[in-house]
Design a binder for this molecule. Structure first.
Ligand code: HT7
Ligand code: ZN
Length: 852
């Protein structure tokens, strides 16, 4: 397969300032008539090349006359042109109902919708399908009025009318220049939850959340989140919405979370639909975050888009940073930061240390869809966050204003963004740019040594080699730090921001009156791994006294991790320091319940494995269970008190009620781990009496990890209650795939034959296959059955939906971290995948790179 390289970027040969699309919609055969107004870009004699994917040109006209000189070059249409400006008309026929890839125009639960990012527009019509070709779109949609009473596209509605034979039409114009990946249409039998928003300059915007009629009652939360997002972007970034309408449509079959098409966002229904009976607090938060993310793209992505796909993090990293800041402002900023860092460590750190590691601005790809990664999104967001930290809030805002003003209506680069930061920040970010070009998570060692009243902090950084990048230059690492008196617990200095730029740097602190304890990388100011010479006592001290909540959480995590790693390595460890520290946090009534729930949770099996040169899944599982059991037993009274103290009367979605529910289920987990005789009944009672999905799921997952007969009863009851609800059934599959039981691999295999399991719905495929493959103990079952099962499923899924299949490859690619027996089995499954007949380029790229 072809490799696309960043260094090969060239401006487009032809611009397309205007396009008119005429769709005659039908699930079996949709006609697409396209008119392009094209202009030669510069002086050259190259023909017009229009990308296509699976299209047959039924008709090609140039300047109104039937054209003869055109030809196909593989999937693409090539039209020789003599002058500098022409109109080109093409006609194709496509079959949305046969589109299982969910790219281009496809059918989902009776509606027709599109997904064009990154290269799906070429599956709809011939076009220079690249993000630096910006056009003004006019779209006409015609369809059967009974099946598709609602016809939506980007921009503002212009006109509509009825036709003979039960058909009708609608026309939409989008006045803003946009690339083809932001094109969208939706046709379906839909209803809207409508709202309105008055922008800061006083314009009224009509809002609509479109769903199928039975789901209408589940759209209030998404609509409220949209209004909050619109107000937040005005207040925090000075960015106002620009069209008269903003529509969101929920669809059941979707490869990703959502899509920011101009004025017509299309969402995976799991990020829209919520009511207390079917959505967890996690779902509610995710809905608000994704609604905000897609809305924020209107500026960071749509008004200013990307020049080429290597610049993807320009819009994605920045927009994730924006949605993280938005969510932090809605509730507890500390808990949000903990959740984001946990997510980064669970998905991006492993990517950065494995065979698929790539820079935030990659240098090459085979299939761009494989680069919608945690590195582009989440590490990209950390890179923006570091620039915001270095510049400070006022200069950062001045820099983003400059960026939006300077590049509005254009396709920009990461370099353009950094230059705005430099100009408004009045600083040189030459070395900082390495965050865009070097892959790998930097490792920093921080050693504090005391000599009388003076302490010396020695810092060293190392950026590990990654595929294609054996040698690295030092990065700029913004580290927030502070010292605390180990005796009095008092801060010994104000928080400092230091920039670690060299391989090694030293800092000296004078006039110290007591032994200092180091608090470093506070707020996770740099996305790095940090090793310190802090003792268990220091960590326990910080977990109780640090005045930065993140650092407090981090100290507890490090204490737990050190204990667990010792236990895996030596067969046992002293659990007492962890027990004491957890007791301290759990009984500190001044702390927010949501924070407590995060702080007392043990690191996951996978994260423990990530700390070890050789991952031993069973030993890790045993060590973690032993610590869980000891914590459960030693603190049983405290867990019960926390459990009872968190029993809310009625469901309410508020930060404090969410915190209480979270702590309740965490406490339930520890009570179960203690082996208490009534634990199963307690879990079942929580499960069956719950008035909300968070509590119900908490009870269910606790039972699913165990062996009580109530386990089956709860699973059956849950299944019967939610049989018709796909999103909730996903939770049923996922809970079982994530079970800590010994026989999970076997059960998951059985579930793959369940009548409700299907690979054709991405959410369902991810709920079983995706969840199972991150269940370290089950997936890495020594027999290799987990690897075989996942490979079989992915080979089958690739035939339907290569994008979704390829995204599920990474867990198999971590073979280097495991013993020779497991590594050989993982490799042989990857080899089997690579050798599968008709393999997609998506899967080929992921699986073949994973073998290196
Ligand atoms: N910008 C959107 C990306 C996206 C996507 C990418 C590949 C395949 C399908 C997709 N659906 C949406 C989502 C976002 O970051 O907002
Ligand atoms: Zn995005």
């Amino acid at each position: 397969p072809n490799v696309t390289r960043r260094e090969d970027y060239r401006e487009p040969d032809w611009r397309v300032p205007e396009i008119a699309l005429d769709f005659d919609l039908d699930p079996a055969a949709t006609r697409v008539r396209t008119t392009l107004w094209v202009e030669r870009n510069g002086t050259h004699d190259r023909p017009l090349r229009l990308d296509g994917d699976g299209l047959t040109a039924l008709n090609v006209k140039v300047d109104g006359a039937e054209a003869t000189g055109w030809h196909m070059d593989g999937p693409n249409l090539v039209v020789p042109l003599a002058g500098s400006a022409h109109t080109i008309e093409t006609e194709v026929e496509i079959a949305p109902e046969r589109n299982t890839q969910l790219q281009g125009l496809y059918a989902s639960s009776g509606m027709l919708c599109t997904q064009c990012e990154a290269e799906g527009f070429r599956r709809i019509t011939f076009f220079p399908d690249r993000p630096d070709v910006l056009s003004r779109y006019k779209v006409k949609l015609t369809a059967d009025k009974t099946r598709f009473p609602v016809l939506l596209a980007n921009g503002d509605p212009i006109a509509q009318g009825d036709l003979e034979g039960g058909r009708h039409w609608a026309e939409w114009h989008d006045p803003f220049l946009k690339p083809s990946y932001l094109f969208a249409l939706v046709a379906g039998d839909l209803v809207a939850n409508r709202g309105s928003f008055t922008t800061m300059s006083g314009r009224d915007v009509q809002l609509g959340i479109w769903v199928r009629a039975p789901d209408l009652a589940k759209t209030d939360h998404a609509l409220a989140a949209l209004k909050l997002s619109m107000a937040w972007d005005e207040k925090v970034y000075g960015r106002e919405y620009d069209l008269d309408v903003f529509n969101i449509v929920a669809v059941d079959d979707f490869n990703f979370g959502a899509m920011e098409n101009k004025g017509l966002n299309v969402f995976n229904s799991r990020y829209i639909l919520a009511d207390p009976d079917t959505a967890t607090d996690y779902d509610y938060d995710a809905i608000a975050a994704v609604v905000a993310h897609e809305y924020f793209h209107n500026w960071s992505g749509n008004r200013v888009t990307c020049r080429d796909w290597f610049q993807l993090s320009l819009k994605e990293g920045f927009t994730v940073f924006r949605d993280q800041s938005f969510s932090a402002d809605q509730g507890s900023a500390a808990v949000k930061r903990i959740e984001d860092v946990r997510g980064l460590r669970a998905s991006q750190f492993p990517e950065d240390s494995g065979p698929l590691a790539h820079p935030v601005r990659p240098d090459e790809y085979i299939e761009i869809s494989n680069f919608y990664t945690a590195t582009i999104y989440n590490k990209g967001a950390e890179v923006i966050r570091m620039m915001a930290t270095i510049l400070g809030p006022d200069k950062f805002r001045a820099a983003t204003d400059l960026y939006f003003d300077r590049f509005d209506g254009t396709a920009a680069t990461c370099e353009d963004f950094v230059q705005c930061m430099e100009q408004a920040g009045g600083m040189d970010l030459t070395q900082f740019r390495r965050w865009y070009s070097q892959a790998g998570t930097p490792r920093v060692s921080a050693t504090l040594a005391q000599e009388g009243g003076r302490a010396r902090l020695s810092l060293r950084q190392l950026v590990p080699p990654t595929p294609g990048q054996p040698v690295k230059e030092p990065m700029v690492l913004p580290l927030k730090l502070k010292l605390f008196g180990g005796f009095t617990g008092r801060p010994m200095c104000d928080e400092q921001l230091i920039l670690l730029k060299e391989d090694a740097q030293e800092l000296v602190f004078e006039n110290l009156s007591e032994t200092p304890v180091l608090s470093i990388n506070r707020g996770f100011s740099a996305p790095i791994v940090i090793e310190t010479n802090r003792t268990a006592k220091d960590l326990a001290f910080l977990s109780a006294h640090d005045d930065d909540p993140f650092a407090r959480y981090e100290a507890m995590q490090q204490l737990m991790l050190d204990t667990l790693v010792t236990s895996v390595t030596n067969g046992s460890a002293d659990h007492q320091p962890v027990i004491d520290a957890v007791r301290n946090t759990l009984t500190d009534s001044a702390l927010d319940r949501a924070f407590v729930a995060e702080a007392v949770l043990l690191p996951s099996d996978s994260f423990i494995g990530d700390q070890m040169a050789l991952v031993e899944p069973e030993a890790i599982f045993r060590a973690r269970e032993a610590l869980r059991q000891d914590l459960g037993t030693a603190l049983e009274g405290e867990w019960r008190a926390a459990y009872e103290g968190s029993l809310a009367n009625r469901f309410e979605y508020s930060p404090s009620a969410k915190g209480a529910r979270r702590l309740k289920t965490v406490s339930l987990g520890y009570i179960a781990a203690s082996g208490a005789a009534d634990a199963d009944e307690l879990a079942f009672e929580q499960f069956s009496r719950a008035d909300n999905m968070t509590d119900r799921q908490g009870g269910l997952t606790t039972l699913v990890n165990g062996a009580s007969p109530l386990r089956e009863e709860a699973l059956e009851e849950f299944y019967k209650r939610y049989q018709g609800n796909g999103l909730v059934l996903d939770k049923w599959f996922q809970a079982q795939a994530l079970s800590a039981r010994e026989d999970t691999a076997e059960m998951v295999e059985r579930l793959s034959a369940h009548r409700d399991f299907t690979l054709s719905n991405p959410n369902r495929a991810r709920s079983l296959i995706g969840a199972f493959s991150v269940n370290q103990r089950a997936f890495h079952h020594v027999s290799g059955r987990g690897y075989r099962f996942v490979a079989d499923q992915l080979i089958a899924l690739d035939k339907l939906n290569p994008q979704t299949a390829a995204k599920l490859i990474p867990p198999l690619g971590r073979w280097k971290r495991f013993d020779a027996g497991r590594a050989a089995k993982m490799r042989s499954e990857l080899e089997r995948i690579v050798a599968s007949p008709g393999l997609s380029k998506d899967m080929f790229e992921q699986a073949s790179k994973s073998l290196d």
